[in-house]
Design a protein. Structure first.
Length: 423
């Protein structure tokens, strides 16, 4: 007759080296306990981890170790085992035998960890811990152990096109620099700071994963001088591509600066027209609501320096619809000259802010035009920043940089699955 212990042994996949000795239910703790012991078959297959020799014998046992398992009939289940330690008769080394059910964090079974990781991918770690009835610190250890093992197996040998961007990690201008493969759309590396030395750390990580900095051909970034210096110092074959999203965003921020200044120092008519209208000038016309479009039509944009700056930003954005770098270069030149002419007019003195955008474009024109040659953008980085910011807010922040980087790799690193790693 098949006993419950035999059935549990088959469910756990223990094989012939281990056996469920007895199954009991602790009424006080409401926990199903599966007491497991080794069989003589274990010592026939165990090998010394130091020299690989056989003939291993049992040295002693570590008493009363426990591993949380998946619930059985809505009751918590634990594996309980006096875990043996093996001894090699050849070299005399003693070691703790690794049981087949043990997960990466040592306190849980592989099946329990797989379920926990599934929950943590979909919700904050603290919420997953509440569902599982565990401490969130133990859940973080599970996530960190999995990420460390999975990240070690990542192959970067084919990485040629990289995006780099900063990501806020806490208040007070504290940032991470995040590097991603823009072909596979996966995070490659993250590190605190946003200076050129973050590139030295990235290059070290790249080499540790079979990649090479001189294999990089394209790097997409914002206008950061530090990031550009990092590329020049460490990646001699990489071409810098200044991302179009950042170019337009820079112009957009300048339009808002003109608006705020005009509200403070402009005429009464300007202040009335611009009051509570920030988003009129930050959105594209097609993205305005019906109410916003109606209000914008009622404003005499030529009367406002903000309106003129807004038209400049729209004209700049239209350049990115052109098909060739040659056509774009001509239009950028025309745009810069137009902006400077307008800024020199005494009645348009606030447009000197837009003239600075023209200066920025001219000083970075080679990297800006590289967009047309390569068709590379930082859209993945921007999307990652937006999505991960929402994840961070939902989790109410992270206690440490390590936790934040762990979650970045976990949700956006395209790491191998736990099942693949266990084989």
């Amino acid at each position: 007759m098949t006993t419950p212990e035999r059935l549990f042994g088959e469910l756990l996949g223990l094989g012939e080296a281990w056996a469920v000795e007895r199954a009991t239910f602790d009424e006080a703790k409401k926990v199903l306990e599966l007491h497991v012991r080794e069989t003589p078959k274990l010592w026939e297959t165990e090998r010394c981890p130091h020299d690989g020799s056989g003939g291993v014998v049992c040295h002693d046992h570590i008493r009363g170790l426990r591993w949380r398992h998946l619930n059985v009939f809505n009751k918590e289940a634990e594996i309980v085992c006096d875990l043996p330690r093996g001894r090699c008769p050849t070299c005399g080394k003693v070691w703790r035998v690794t049981p087949p059910w043990e997960g990466r964090a040592k306190h849980f079974t592989k099946e329990f960890e797989a379920f926990a990781l599934t929950l943590m991918r979909e919700m904050p770690v603290k919420k997953a811990a509440e569902i599982l009835g565990e401490q969130d610190t133990r859940m973080w250890r599970v996530a960190q152990a999995y990420v460390e093992e999975a990240y070690a197996a990542v192959d970067m040998s084919e990485v040629t096109c990289v995006g780099v961007d900063e990501m806020a990690r806490a208040k007070g201008h504290r940032y991470l620099t995040v590097f991603a493969d823009l072909v596979k759309k996966a995070v490659l590396f993250a590190t605190p700071g946003k200076d050129s030395e973050t590139w030295a750390e990235f290059v070290t990580a790249l080499a540790a994963h079979n990649g090479h900095p001189h294999a990089l051909t394209n790097v997409s970034m914002d206008m950061s001088k530090a990031y550009a210096k990092g590329v020049r110092d460490y990646c001699r074959n990489a071409r810098i591509i200044y991302d179009k999203i950042h170019v337009i965003a820079h112009a957009n921020q300048t339009v808002d600066l003109v608006r705020r200044t005009e509200v403070q120092s402009g005429t009464e008519a300007a202040r009335t027209a611009l009051a509570k209208g920030r988003w009129l000038w930050l959105k594209n016309p097609e993205n305005l609501s019906r109410k916003q479009r109606t209000r914008l039509r009622q404003i005499d944009q030529d009367m406002l320096q903000t309106g003129r700056a807004y038209q400049m930003r729209l004209a700049l954005q239209e350049i990115y619809t052109l098909d060739t770098a040659e056509a774009a270069a001509k239009r950028f030149g025309e745009w810069c000259r137009w902006v400077r002419r307008e800024a020199r007019k005494s009645s348009r003195w606030l447009l000197h802010h837009m003239a600075r955008v023209a200066d920025m474009i001219e000083s970075h024109i080679a990297g800006i035009l590289a967009h047309w040659d390569q068709g590379v953008t930082n859209a993945f980085m921007e999307g990652l920043n937006s999505v991960f910011s929402a994840v961070r807010r939902k989790a109410r922040g992270y206690r440490s940089v390590r936790n934040m980087i762990t979650m970045l790799y976990f949700v956006a690193g395209k790491l191998p699955s736990p099942a693949v790693l266990s084989h």
